[in-house]
Design a protein around this ligand. Sequence first.
Ligand code: ARG
Length: 466
Amino acid sequence: MSSSAPKLWAGRFALETDALVHQFNASLSFDQRLWPYDINGSIAHVKMLGECGIIPVTDADTIQTGLEALRDDLETGAAKLHPEAEDVHMAVETLLTERLGPVAGKLHTARSRNDQVATDLRLYVRDAIDGLRERIGAVQDTLIALSETHLDTLLPGMTHLQHAQPVRLAHHLLAYFWMLARDDERLEQARARVNLLPLGAGALAGTTFPINRQRVAQLLGFDGVIENSLDAVSDRDFAIETVSALALTMMHLSRLSEELILWSSHEFGWVTMGDNVTTGSSIMPQKKNPDVAELVRGKTGRVFGDLTALLTLMKGLPLAYNKDMQEDKESLFDALDTAHLSLSVMNTLLQNTQFNAERMAAALHGDFSTATDLADALVRRGLPFRQAHEVVGQLVGDCVRTGRVLEDLTLDDLEATSGLFADADPAALVSPRGSADARAAYGGTGREAVTAQLDCARLRRDHQKE
Ligand code: ARG
């Protein structure tokens, strides 16, 4: 069996490609989304070929006009890539050839699919990064808005998933803001390494034609050119680095998801997700499930898998291009799509989730989460912290054995525990709000500190938008 598609490289072949081999070799089904980038890259390339006198300017103009018309027609759907083409580069060139005739064949002068695909991918990833950063910013803005609303909402901060110390909900939400700020920064830094031009590397060794790579870089908005032609066509570190940054973003989103899932449970009741962002059960009429958060948590695994696939794909490949590298696309696109979608839906979820301040406050009652404050009070009255810790530890143990909580303690109880508690105000000492507000040191959960943190977060957003 032979494939029906005529190949642009068929010259040296005596037999047509076996249909199964064609199918196995083809990438159009998953690389067709690159066509706008492929056309833009070709327009810059052909313009430069004309300017440098490598092909006649009239031919360059004809090809450029043809590519622009093709771009319009592919956009409107008036033109379609032939499904039997081997890959997106062949598909675009075939369409152009159908329209322009043999002059279209001059486009591929001083170019190879190896530097072409690397260029297309970099243009694609650059755009994707810009879109992702916008999505990250949207979630950050929602976190800021929620933090403003919940500046004075307290909840039990946890370590080991055990009540630890009271914290402001704003403080808790802003923790995710800063994780996302670093994710944004990583993408910004990755973008700088993505935004370099491989085109002009040819198949691997460079080209015999007097091309002007700087000009192509300028036309495509690249910050510079890749110095080494072998490196330009060989590496996919820019894709791996981007997916690696996204793996961290997903890891962060998965933690936020997990907390929202936990907090929406009957036992916690700290959040109520809107009916528009939850789903029901086909058998249990009462169910309202946090599917969105669960799916974001689940999709995190996909992105980790994509990263592992890309690293494994590239490991041990000899220079320069190897066909293995065609396999980079599905993992890369999946990671970019998944992260983009997850960020978008997380924003919608957060905007439609109610945070239940009373339930959080109730959870603080009798949870011993102000025990550190009692110890700190003793320290302020002169006791070394280790001894204060011991004294309060015994008091907590006593309470647990006698079925009391810190809020039950009277001044007499405290004074019996340590003379240093003389004339203390037990209610103030064990108050969750007092505890939170006392953490006034920079970066802590005190009201002033969180207010200052919010200001920093707003500044950070302004900076990100620059
Ligand atoms: N579809 C190919 C890929 O994505 C394009 C590059 C093909 N190069 C080659 N020498 N066969 O990797």
